[in-house]
Design a binder for this molecule. Sequence first.
Ligand code: FAD
Length: 263
Amino acid sequence: MRRRRLLGAAGLVLLPRIAAAADLDVAIVGAGMAGLAAARTLMARGKRVLVVEARERIGGRLLTDASLGFAFDHGAAGLVPGSALAKALGAHPVSMPPTGAVMVRGTELSREDYERYAKVRDETAKTIDTIRKQRPGVDPAQVMFVQDSLAVLALAELTRTPPFEGEQPVPQGVGTLVARWGAGVPIKTATRVIHVNSTEPLVRLVTIAGDIQARAAIVTASTGVLADGRMGFAPPRAPGARPRSLPRPWPRSTRSRSAFRAG
Ligand SMILES: Cc1cc2nc3c(=O)[nH]c(=O)nc-3n(C[C@H](O)[C@H](O)[C@H](O)COP(=O)(O)OP(=O)(O)OC[C@H]3O[C@@H](n4cnc5c(N)ncnc54)[C@H](O)[C@@H]3O)c2cc1C
C-alpha cells in the first residue's frame, strides 16, 4: 500500500520520511563541488551526512562529456598545477602547446623563426620575471627596450599574461575527477529539494521523494536557483537577503552556501 496520502481538498501531500531523525547530523542540498566538499569535510570529522541532489548525477556544473571519444568539460576545464584542489582530486594538469599561427606583419613565421621565437620568448620571460621580482609594481613593458620584431612580439604576449600561474587542462576531465572524488559520499540523486524548514527541532528538507530530517542542513544550490524562488524556506529568507558567497578570483558570483541549524 502506498504510504503517500492526500490530505483533504487542499491537496497537501504527506510524503514518507526517507531519513529518520537520528540518522543524520547534516543534510546537504546539492552534489556540486561545494556540496561534495562540505560532505567530505564533515565525514572526515565523523559526522553522518547525506547529500540530496536534484539531478541524476553528481558534479553540478562540473561535467565531463566523453561521448566524442575525448574528455570535454562543460564547466571548469582547468586546474592550477600543484594547487590544493589539484592534489585533492589527484589531477595532473598538463601544459598545452600554444595553438594558432604566429604572424609578423601579415606573414607567418618560418620554421627557423618559430625556433628563434621560442628562444627569444624564454629569454624575455626571464627578464620580465627578474623585473617583477626586483621592481614590484613596475610594468616590464615600460622599462624593457626591445627592437627585434620577435622580441617585441614576445614582450607583448608575455606582459598581457597575468603574473601568476594559470590553470591548465586535465586530460581525464575535471568533471570525471570530481565525480570520482565524490564517489564515497552518501548521495541521494534525482531528489529535488522543494522546501527547507528550520523552525522545528530538526531541520526538515521536503523533497520530491519524501522528507529528510537532520540536525543541520547546508544548501549549496547556486545563487540563480535560490533567486528563482523554487526552493522555499521557513522561516522565509529575508526580502532582498543575498546568499553568502565564498570569496574567489572569479568575477561574478556563482557559488553560494547557506547553513541552517535546527532549533
Ligand atoms: C563553462 C564554465 C567554466 C567555468 N570555469 C571555471 C574556472 O575556470 N574556475 C573556477 O573556479 N570556476 C569555474 N566555473 C565555475 C565553477 O564550475 C562553479 O563555480 C562550481 O562548479 C560551482 O560549484 P557549486 O557546488 O557551488 O555549484 P553547482 O555546481 O551549481 O552545484 C549545485 C548543485 O545543486 C543542485 N541543486 C540545485 N537545486 C537543487 C534542489 N532544489 N534540490 C537538490 N539539488 C539541487 C544542482 O543540480 C547542482 O548539482 C566555470 C563554470 C562554467 C559553467
